[in-house]
Ligand binder design. Structure first.
Ligand code: ATP
Length: 327
């Protein structure tokens, strides 16, 4: 059953067409990753899903109704904006209790409800500390905790890990993973990190220019783009890398190649990767190499027509299936 249906939605701000005929549906319990370049329209989409804005055209249905229709739907849909602030002198528990009261959680259930959320977001040990002393990551998890009060049907998280350090990101990921595994809440999660979407999400949508460039189960998107692997090589010098790049550009098994200093990357069929390494190794000294499976990065380039042949600015995929020093 779909919990979110967005049908041919458009939204403009003056001359800027932020969304341009975007359609999307999300099944109940899914974790949807929303990826897009800056200005692609993600926040605009989130505002429509949470009823903060109305589309100029098209329709939006969340949890069975138009999100701008009254508070009942909005109660079931929670939005965690990129920055949420809390009064620094209150404790995490006090803030969650306040939200539980505002959300009409029955008095006799409040303590238990708050306790459960504190555990879910990993703040049980810090529950009675003032939030003024919380780290950035703890604050973000408290924000997620407030969004969980009253057991919403849909959670909308706008770049929830932006600006967090690696420990903060890991702790946040663990919370999202446990929510996805243990509850039937539907999570919509935007991120600029494809690796993060790949790790956490069952579904992904790539938005470009206010439209869906591609969408589907993460595994399917990966498989669809999986006809190639990326061979990364570090050669002894920039000159060697330059020469090798020129040769690889003419190699019929290589579809794209890019270079940055003494490092180069080539895209090729999985069956060709090691022959290619051998060929380069016969002509040049290889310091390091790695063969990476395609991730969402490949799906992204395919969807938005990115060509990495002449650029050095390619995001790094999350998975690597082999690598090391050549023998
Ligand atoms: N209130 C506004 N007034 C005018 N233009 C706006 C407004 N809000 C967004 N836009 C424009 O609409 C387009 C889509 O913006 P939106 O914030 O939805 O993108 P985004 O994908 O969330 O971007 P980012 O990743 O940078 O946050 C952009 O061109 C943006 O400049």
């Amino acid at each position: 059953m779909n919990v979110i249906d967005v049908d041919d939605v458009s939204k403009a701000y003056g001359d800027v067409q932020a969304l341009d005929g975007l359609s999307l549906s999300v099944e109940r319990g899914a974790t949807l990753g929303v990826f897009g370049t800056n200005g692609a329209g993600k926040t605009t989409l989130f505002k429509l899903l949470t009823g903060l804005n109305k589309p100029d055209a098209g329709s939006v249905s969340v949890a069975g109704a138009d999100p701008t229709d009254g508070t009942t739907v909005r109660e079931r849909v929670r939005y965690l904006p990129e920055h949420a602030g809390f009064p620094p002198s209150l404790t995490g528990r006090e803030i969650l209790r306040f939200h539980a009261r505002m959300r009409s959680v029955p008095r006799e259930e409040r303590s238990h409800h708050v306790e459960r959320i504190l555990h879910t977001v990993g703040l049980a040990d810090a529950a009675d500390r003032r939030v003024g002393g919380y780290s950035n990551g703890m604050n973000r998890r408290l924000g997620l905790g407030t969004a969980l009060v009253g057991e919403p049907a849909v959670l909308i998280l706008d770049e929830p890990t932006a600006g967090l350090d690696p420990d903060g990101i890991r702790a946040f990921h663990e919370v999202v993973e446990s929510l996805a595994a243990e509850t039937d809440v539907t999570i919509v999660f935007s991120s600029h990190a494809l690796g993060e979407i790949q790790r956490l999400c069952s579904e992904a949508v790539i938005i470009a220019d206010g439209q869906v460039a591609t969408a589907g189960p993460v595994e399917e998107l990966r498989r669809a783009a999986a006809d190639e692997v990326t061979v990364s090589l570090s050669l002894g010098s920039e000159t060697a890398a330059n020469d090798a790049t020129a040769e690889l550009r003419d190699h019929e098994a290589v579809s794209t190649v890019s270079r940055s200093g003494a490092d180069l990357r080539a895209q090729t069929a999985p069956t060709e990767a090691y022959d290619l390494l051998t060929a380069v190794g016969e002509a040049y000294a290889i310091d390091r190499f790695e063969v990476r499976e395609p991730g969402l990065e490949a799906a992204f380039h395919e969807a938005v027509g990115g060509d990495s042949r002449d650029t050095d600015d390619v995001p790094t995929p999350a998975t690597a299936n082999s690598g090391g020093e050549p023998a």
